[in-house]
Every structure is written in structure tokens, then in C-alpha cells.
Design a protein around this ligand. Structure first.
Ligand SMILES: [Zn+2]
Length: 443
């Protein structure tokens, strides 16, 4: 058993200098691009068409000469060459595992792994869990879906580091609470909105989250909330536990980045995935701290290399030193998805900006809904939030305060409606909090 006092899973790797990270990434990138070119018919054709070859890569910046792919590429190639598409760069006999995207829009895409890819991934998950403070003496309940979902096998990372791992899956809340109570579970993983919902459900059932349960760590992923300090702090206050945000992508890994115990951004798996953050219109890299689209290139995953995959996620990052001593770059925020971004009166507004304001004001429950309409050719934003108290006496003041903060943060004016507590629908998993009624008006 590893000593719980050991600060890092792999100290030499995790604390190396930025120059050493870059040298490692360059070496991995050159090898990975060659593998893609020589073993994937898609990449050979696409690199040839773009007039690029892996041997031109002399620095990490040279990745910018290679063509992009996106979710549509994966779907199209999978339909053209079923069942896995011709981005695959190994014979099928070498594939031991596939995950598939949820398929909420269009055809689900399958992400294949070789045995080595799978082992690399689980080792990374163990490293990530270790950085978030999970230790061999923990009892960990994995409350993510196992059905073809890439988040399922992440539980093996907890098991690898020696934690007692309970493969709970997405059971009904009452059942999950019973598991947490019976086994006095110390750590769980779920979505931020479900962590919130589960805590509220427990309280309604008369469970004292601090006395009756032992949950001290909550890992969250799947929604921007975990990186919004106000949301995280309210879940922490509800549970008396520490909340760690993780970021994953079904087409790559269960988690690609996660928070260490400092919770100052999400450390990126730089030895597995090369990160670019690009302005969505110009494709130029944004400066550190600026918001841009996350574009990813795998560095090791041989079954299906992903070269310059446009995620559609809007993020910001930093390479400033972290107090934990790890030197990997950190995602500072996952601000939303390009397709979640609302353009209201010509201004970009992310639901996560509104969420931060709703969660910061302790006279509100933190639930919210955005309604966007168009009236006389003008956009109109209505924000619905709930007050915590039963009385209507302070509604006007609450609404004024919210509208003022919203205007300060986003530059957009809104009509703010204060609703009684428990009016807005509670989300169980991925929350739907935006209603854009403009679509259809202009065809
Ligand atoms: Zn750190």
C-alpha cells in the first residue's frame, strides 16, 4: 500500500519544470503524429491534403499547421467506415474497450482503447484522484453511469490507488443515500447539480449530512458548476465536504483534468493530451487567462488518435505555479460550451456567469432559469431566481441587486423575476436552465 502521506503519485513527472513538460510533449507529439499518419487512412489523407507531414514538427507550435477535426468528423467517418471509423489506427483485435458518447444529438460516436491505452488512462485517473486527496483508507462510491459511458471505468483509478471502491452507478437517490449511510462512504463522484439535489433530498428525508453520513470529498464533472467558486462553496457548505471539479470528454478520457487540494484550477493531463486554447473566430491562440475554444490532441492514445479536436468548450487556462507544487497547466474555468453561449443584444452571455451571481447571493436558493425572447426585433432576457425566505417583502430589492450584478458582469440588462422557494424544476443530472424562445422567429 502506498503511504497516505506521500504527496504525489508520480513526483518526478508532476513537479518537473515547464521546459521539461514541453520537451516531453514534443517528443510524444512527434511519435504520435507518425503513428496516426502511418496507421490511420483518415489522417494520412487529411495530412496529405493539407500538405503537412509529421516530420515537419520541430516545436509544439508546429501543431498549428495540421487540420482540425470535430464531432462531425467523427460521426461522418464512423458512418463511412463502420463501426469505428478510419481515424482508428490499430487492428480491431488490439481494441479491448469502447465507450460511446451519450448521443443526445445524432449518432453516438464510439471511442476505442487498446489494453495499453486503457491502462494509461486508469493510471492517470489514480494520479488525479491522489492529487485531490483520495487515499487508500477512503471508501469511494462511484455514482456515474457505467453503460457505455467513459466516466464509468474511472472508478478503477480509485481502486488502483487502493481506495475501497463501490461501483454504485446511477441508482435512485434514496438507494444512493442508503449506500452512503450503510458503508459510511467518505468520497463520491457525481455532477454538481446532482450533488446539490442529493444533499437537499437527504435533508428532506431527515438525514443530517454531517452526523449521519461521512462524505468528506465530492468529485464533480459534466457541468460548468464545479469550477464556479460560488456553486462549489454552496455544495461544500451543504454537505460539510470538499468539492473537486473534474473535466472529461467522452471522445478522449473519463477525466482529462482535475482539481488538486488547492482547488485553484484543474491540473491538466499534459503527458496524455496537448492543449490549445484558440479564439473561435480567428483560430489564433488566446493569451493566458483569456477565454477561447479548447482544442485537444492526444499524445499517447494509439487506438484512435485525436489530432486537433475542437471540443466546442470555452475555457481559460494558466501556467502559473500552483501551491501544491505540481507544474502542469491548469484550466481556470470551463465557462460553457460554444453552443450554450447566448448572444443577447450582440453580447456573449454564458449561463455560468448567471449561475455565479445566483449562487453568490445567500438570500437566493441558487436555482435559476434564463428565458431569452425577441420582441419588436429586440432581444429580451428574463432571469428567474428563487428567494430563500417565504416573505415577498424584499423581492424588489433582490431583483434590483441581481440585475445590477448581472449588468456589471455581462453588460446585459435583464428583467429579474423573484420566485418563491422550490418553484423552479430541480435538475437531477445535466441541468437544463436556458430557454431560448427566439429560434423559430427568424426561421
Ligand atoms: Zn495544484
Amino acid at each position: 500500500m502506498l503511504s497516505p502521506a506521500r504527496p504525489y503519485w508520480d513526483a518526478a513527472l508532476e513537479t518537473q519544470s515547464r521546459a521539461d513538460w514541453d520537451a516531453l510533449k514534443l517528443q510524444l507529439l512527434q511519435k504520435h503524429l507518425l503513428h496516426a499518419y502511418h496507421h490511420s487512412p483518415f489522417y494520412r489523407a487529411s495530412f496529405d491534403a493539407a500538405g503537412v507531414h509529421p516530420e515537419i514538427v520541430r516545436s509544439l507550435d508546429d501543431i498549428r499547421r495540421f487540420p482540425f477535426i470535430n464531432k462531425s468528423t467523427l460521426r461522418e467517418r464512423q458512418l463511412a467506415v463502420p463501426p469505428f471509423g478510419d481515424l482508428v489506427a490499430v487492428p480491431e483485435r488490439d481494441i479491448v474497450y469502447i465507450s460511446a458518447s451519450s448521443g443526445s444529438t445524432g449518432v453516438p460516436t464510439a471511442s476505442p482503447f487498446t489494453a495499453q491505452d486503457f491502462d494509461d488512462w486508469i493510471d492517470y485517473e489514480a494520479r488525479q484522484f491522489w492529487s485531490s486527496g483520495l487515499r487508500p483508507e477512503d471508501r469511494y462510491a462511484h455514482s456515474l453511469n457505467f453503460s457505455l459511458f467513459v466516466g464509468g471505468p474511472c472508478v478503477l483509478g480509485a481502486q488502483k490507488l487502493g481506495a475501497l471502491s463501490i461501483h454504485a452507478g446511477t441508482v435512485p437517490s434514496e438507494r444512493l443515500l442508503a449506500i452512503l449511510r450503510q458503508f459510511q462512504v467518505t468520497a463520491i463522484w457525481t455532477t454538481p447539480s446532482y450533488a446539490w439535489y442529493l444533499g437537499e433530498t437527504a435533508i428532506k428525508e431527515g438525514i443530517d449530512l454531517r452526523k449521519d453520513l461521512s462524505v468528506r470529498r465530492i468529485f464533480v464533472a459534466g457541468e460548468p458548476g464545479g469550477s464556479i467558486p460560488e456553486t462549489r462553496q454552496r455544495i461544500e457548505a451543504l454537505w460539510g465536504a470538499s468539492v473537486y471539479d473534474y473535466y472529461g470528454l467522452s471522445d478522449i478520457f473519463g477525466s482529462c483534468a482535475g482539481m488538486c487540494e488547492e482547488k485553484d484550477g484543474l491540473h491538466w493531463a499534459e503527458d496524455h493530451i496537448l492543449v490549445e486554447v484558440l479564439h473561435p473566430d480567428t483560430n489564433e491562440p488566446v493569451s493566458e487567462g483569456g477565454r477561447g475554444e479548447l482544442v485537444l490532441t492526444t499524445l499517447k492514445k494509439t487506438a484512435r488518435p485525436m489530432i486537433r479536436f475542437r471540443t466546442g468548450d470555452i475555457v481559460s487556462f494558466t501556467s502559473a505555479p500552483c501551491a501544491c507544487g505540481r507544474t502542469s497547466i491548469r484550466l481556470q474555468g470551463i465557462h460553457g460550451r460554444l453552443d450554450d453561449m447566448l448572444i443577447i443584444k450582440g453580447v456573449n452571455v454564458f449561463p455560468s456567469d448567471v449561475e455565479a451571481i445566483a449562487r453568490r447571493d445567500h438570500d437566493l436558493t441558487g436555482e435559476y432559469r434564463l428565458i431569452v425572447e425577441r420582441e419588436n426585433h429586440l432581444d429580451r432576457l428574463t432571469v428567474e431566481v428563487e428567494r430563500s425566505a417565504a416573505t415577498t417583502a424584499t423581492d424588489a430589492e433582490l431583483a434590483g441587486r441581481f440585475a445590477h450584478h448581472l449588468k456589471a458582469v455581462t453588460g446585459v440588462s435583464a428583467v429579474v423575476n423573484i420566485l418563491p422557494p422550490d418553484t423552479l424544476p430541480r435538475a437531477t443530472h445535466k441541468a437544463k436552465r436556458v430557454e431560448d424562445r427566439r429560434s423559430g422567429v427568424w426561421g
